[in-house]
Design a protein around this ligand. Structure first.
Ligand code: G3H
Length: 541
């Protein structure tokens, strides 16, 4: 039996899916949230196919999970109107609500979200093929992120609940909302990464248009009621449909104040240019990345191998922070590859619900063919697939390939493969990987593997100015979520961390006056009569 045939056996029949991991039924979404209502949809729908195939008498078929609306420009513009009206030029109920009450709404939403955990986690797994364990982690991490956001906002608000006096001027400085936010998340963390922008955007008093990711759409459906019940009408509005049909008119309207997107720099560039007044548009973007690992002669190879596996193959390499190119010193290259191959061979592949599974089917239909194209191109330019069965494709599944030696002629040298392929480049002079990072269009993170103090120190200083995070003897990653997550060049715009995101989705406004008896009296009267939510010394406990 060929390895491909062996791989195909990982897919099971409908009856063999363990009941506790199966969806209770297909989910056919026929409504969407707009202006506080779940509006009915009777138009076109998109059929959601899982990356997980099912053995049927007619052969392997991607399991049908359900359908969702493919709305048009008309519904998108209605949602825009709802968000604009709810914001009401900053005079709406939500943007003027005090922070304590906004926090209460988000807390209520979170309670209702937690009640939907079971179905949301299953949908993450079925829609994008993420292992069940990682799907649970994604959900829990998101809930933790929301609570951390609430705590961070309380802190910010406490610091703002006092007056500052400088040069005879007294002022109260607070963070205030920006307006209407268009929020789009990625498929690889369809819940978590979407919510790391959506929640800070809402909690700061903005109103929202939210387009769920292309893969990972249905998992948001069970949360729509929670949004509807937790926030005033028009604060959260969903838009469904093909991006190229519904997004241009939103941007061209000039009514979007903030664009937040985790996706490709190409799309972000196009969208920004559609806005008639780019200076009025704030962009908070998490974009492409091609994070490199640099493994020097002085590295602990075992550690470097373990971290390379985690960095390049967690969720099949579909992380923006994944290690997507590995530079290894030629003196240790053979040993590194040998150990890497053993580690890859030890990874369990299979269905996402299987215990301990690392490698699972891929959600993007074109991905297996694209990865094969990258591997073929590397082979045509002098590289080899070093591990047994590397690159074998079985329907939606791709077995990881260690490709070596990669050089600048190959696609894998520059393109973000976003899948289970590990390109390894051999270097003799440390200047080679440093120059690679200088020439790269990306600038998110790098991982250095070395135990030599001088060598490590000399790499840190040039590299912190190429990327936004230098990881020592460990893989690249976003977390902990309190650390700044950003990138240089085409990798990001703005910074996301629990606190930074609150800053990104708001602007400081202040009320200031000359400190004289008349103004002292005026300020005291306003504060004591609690007539303003902004000019207030209320302290959130
Ligand atoms: O896809 C990019 C994510 O932000 C990566 O997050 O490093 O925690 O997996 P992570």
């Amino acid at each position: 039996m060929s390895f491909k045939e062996d791989l195909l056996k990982m897919f099971v029949t409908e009856n063999e899916i363990p009941a506790e991991f199966n969806l209770p039924h297909e989910i056919h979404q026929r409504s969407y949230l707009c202006n506080g209502e779940m509006k009915e949809w009777n138009g076109n729908v998109h059929t959601v196919l899982s990356p997980i195939c099912i053995q049927t008498p007619e052969g392997l078929k991607r399991k049908i999970i359900g359908t969702y609306p493919v709305c048009t420009e008309t519904e998108a513009l209605e949602a825009l109107d709802a968000a604009v009206t709810a914001y009401n030029n900053g005079r709406g109920e939500w943007p003027t609500m005090n922070v304590a009450n906004r926090i209460k709404c988000v807390e209520e939403f979170t309670r209702k979200m937690i009640a939907q955990k079971d179905i949301v986690v299953k949908l993450i797994m079925w829609e994008i093929g993420k292992s069940y364990a990682d799907s649970v982690k994604e959900f829990d991490r998101t809930v933790e992120y929301i609570y951390a956001t609430i705590d961070a906002l309380k802190d910010i608000d406490r610091q703002s609940s006092r007056f500052e006096i400088e040069q005879g001027i007294v002022a109260q400085i607070r963070r205030s909302p920006l307006g209407v936010v268009l929020c789009m998340g990625p498929f690889n963390y369809p819940l978590n990464e979407t919510f790391t922008t959506l929640i800070p955007a809402i909690i700061m008093g903005n109103t929202l248009l939210f387009k769920p990711p292309k893969h990972g759409t249905l998992l948001h459906y069970p949360l729509l009621k929670a949004f509807q019940e937790s926030f005033p009408k028009g604060v959260v509005n969903t838009i469904y449909g093909r991006g190229h049909t519904i997004i241009p008119s939103l941007m061209e309207s000039g009514k979007i104040n903030v664009l937040t997107l985790i996706g490709s720099s190409k799309v972000a560039d196009q969208l920004k240019k559609m806005h008639p007044k780019v200076n009025r548009l704030r962009a908070i973007l998490g974009l492409d990345a091609k994070n490199a690992a640099i493994i020097t002669q002085k590295a602990d190879l075992k550690l470097a191998v373990n971290e390379t596996i985690l960095g390049s193959l967690s969720f099949n390499g579909q992380r923006c922070t994944a290690l997507k190119i590995i530079f290894v010193h030629q003196s240790v290259a053979d040993a590194f590859i040998e150990q890497l191959n053993i580690a890859v061979a030890g990874l369990k592949y299979g269905m996402p619900w299987e215990k301990g599974v690392s490698l699972t089917p891929l959600p993007e239909a074109h991905k297996p063919a694209y990865l094969k194209e990258c591997i073929d191109d590397a082979v045509a330019n002098g590289a080899k697939v070093m591990n047994e069965h590397g690159g074998t494709v079985a329907e939606s599944f791709v077995y990881p390939a260690v490709v070596y030696p990669v050089n600048s002629k190959m696609k894998l040298y520059r393109e973000e493969q976003f899948g289970p392929v590990i390109p390894v480049v051999r270097f003799t002079d440390i200047e080679e990987p440093v120059q690679y990072l200088i020439d790269s269009t990306h600038g998110q993170q790098v991982s250095i593997f070395s135990n030599d103090t001088e060598e490590t120190a000399q790499l840190i200083d040039p590299l912190v100015n190429q990327v936004s995070r230098v990881n020592l003897n460990c893989q690249c990653q976003r977390g902990p979520d309190t650390f700044p997550f950003t990138g240089r060049k085409d990798s990001a715009e703005g910074t996301l961390s629990v606190v930074d995101a609150l800053r990104s989705f708001s602007i400081r406004s202040l009320v200031a006056t000359k400190l004289n008896e008349n103004n002292k009296q005026l300020i005291n009267d306003i504060v004591n009569s609690h007539q303003s939510n902004f000019l207030s010394t209320k302290f959130i406990f």
